[in-house]
Design a protein around this ligand. Structure first.
Ligand SMILES: Cc1cc2nc3c(=O)[nH]c(=O)nc-3n(C[C@H](O)[C@H](O)[C@H](O)COP(=O)(O)OP(=O)(O)OC[C@H]3O[C@@H](n4cnc5c(N)ncnc54)[C@H](O)[C@@H]3O)c2cc1C
Length: 415
């Protein structure tokens, strides 16, 4: 059977754009489809973690240079955890960050998705391997002999041997091919708004995660953006929202209007556009990521970190593995589920431990007293602060958070 192309990538967000970019580097063509025309918005906190920088560096170090030189991407040097009791734990991503030279690259960035996703897509299209089809909303996916036929709401269907499905949290492909349904215990919902004039943003653009008593295990965030803007939002696990019958938009308004700290900081702040909500499929359960002829990527594969809500880096990592597996499949002349299993193994080898640790941390965060205790102790003890700083780089350090001995040491640690 003649196909329109060997590989279709559905979705040109970070997962799909990275898959296309890596295919380009490996010399393979694809059709890249998105229902949107770019630049397009995506409801998000807009924080690009060190993982995003790392995967870009792995693909091509020049990508990090171009990311850094684009002033729509704000360098970020750390984060602040604020406990339910109001103690602040400031965690730089690099301990010596204050001694940095002017030309040094930041460990992370914050950028509106409208800007970052467009940047990444342009980098992918610059490879010249992708036939990009914007404005094509895929409604139906059908198995055909040796491949798939994907049908848009308007116009003719397209056929392929292999499908890389990176069509986000409401993935048509994940539902049609893998039977995925929303699982409230492994899913969060969040609302986000853009603001100008929020007082006291961090001078080195640290992102702020406020674990408010009524919101744990979720959090309220303030992330600085270029031009004095801020991305502000809050998110919580969907089963908790349902159980407490919360209206997140109302909770958001009440938080900035009534919480003493935010009331002051938002006194002269102006919203830019409406508050908007979206879902986060969490990677707190291991699932199958592929099957006969298809590979699920990013949110379509439910790979968002259950503790931090970070999903851009994981989408890019899975997009990169999906591209490599697709090439291996074409070279071997095999696209059966057993062959594509190597993709699941590669993704979970890289992300599996981290996702499970984050799940445990999310569960710990549900206990405000424990959270208060850890943040208070750590914020007063330089060695512990350093340890937690390193946790962002080093998974073994994070492992310690799970162990009772960590809390015993914390209990007896001297400030
Ligand atoms: C409120 C909120 C805050 C978040 N904050 C952060 C954060 O600060 N940092 C972080 O790392 N992550 C964050 N995340 C998670 C992050 O947004 C996602 O993990 C990330 O966007 C996943 O990338 P993706 O490429 O898999 O999917 P997406 O970015 O959703 O891209 C999917 C693409 O597929 C296209 N598409 C969808 N359906 C179809 C269709 N039927 N036909 C054609 N095209 C289609 C869409 O137009 C879109 O361009 C947040 C999420 C939410 C909801």
């Amino acid at each position: 059977m003649a196909f329109d192309t060997d590989i279709i990538i559905l979705g040109a967000g970070p997962g799909g754009a990275t898959a296309s970019l890596v295919l380009g580097k490996l010399g393979y063509r694809c059709i890249l489809i998105d229902k949107a025309s770019f630049p397009r918005d995506k409801i998000c906190g807009d924080a690009l973690s060190g993982k995003v920088v790392d995967i870009l560096r792995k693909i091509d170090p020049a990508l990090v240079d171009r990311l850094a030189l684009d002033d729509r991407h704000l360098p970020c040097w750390g984060l602040q955890f604020i406990s339910p009791a109001g103690d602040v734990l400031e965690v730089p991503f690099r301990l010596d960050y204050k001694q940095r030279s002017a030309s040094e690259r930041a460990p992370g960035y914050i950028a509106r998705r409208q800007d970052f996703d467009h940047f990444l897509l342009n980098e992918a299209l610059a490879q010249g391997n992708a036939d990009f089809r914007p404005g094509l909303s895929i409604r139906h996916i059908e198995r055909i002999d040796g491949g798939f036929s994907v049908s848009p709401s308007q116009g003719p269907a397209l056929t392929c041997r292999l499908l890389i499905a990176a069509d986000g949290a409401h993935s048509v492909a994940a539902k049609a091919l893998a039977g995925r349904e929303l699982e409230p215990v492994h899913h969060s919902a969040a609302v986000r708004g853009y603001y100008t004039g929020v007082a006291d943003l961090h001078p080195d653009h640290f992102i702020e995660l406020h674990y408010l008593r009524d919101l744990v295990p979720g959090y309220f965030w303030i992330f600085p953006l270029p031009g004095g803007r801020a991305n502000v939002g809050l998110g919580l696990r969907s089963d908790v929202i349902a159980k407490r019958r919360l209206d997140l938009k109302k909770v958001f308004q009440q938080t900035i209007e009534n919480h003493p700290e935010f009331k002051r900081r938002f006194a002269h702040a102006e919203p830019e556009g409406p508050l908007r909500g979206f879902g986060l499929p969490l990677g707190s359960r291991k699932r199958s990521l592929s099957g006969d002829g298809y590979l699920l990527v990013g949110d379509a594969a439910s790979l968002i970190d259950p503790f931090t809500g970070e999903g851009i880096g994981n989408a890019m990592i899975s997009g990169s593995w999906a591209a490599k597996q697709a090439v291996a499949a074409l070279e071997a002349g095999r696209s059966d589920a057993a062959f594509l299993q190597a993709y699941d193994q590669n993704v979970y080898r890289q992300l599996g431990d981290e996702l499970m640790l984050s799940y445990q941390l999310q569960r710990l965060a549900a206990y405000p007293r424990l959270f208060n205790f850890v943040v208070r102790k750590a914020s007063r003890n330089p060695v512990l602060k350093e340890t937690i700083s390193c946790m962002f780089e080093d998974l073994d350090m994070r492992e310690r958070l799970r162990k009772p001995s960590f809390y015993l040491k914390l209990l007896f640690a001297r400030s």
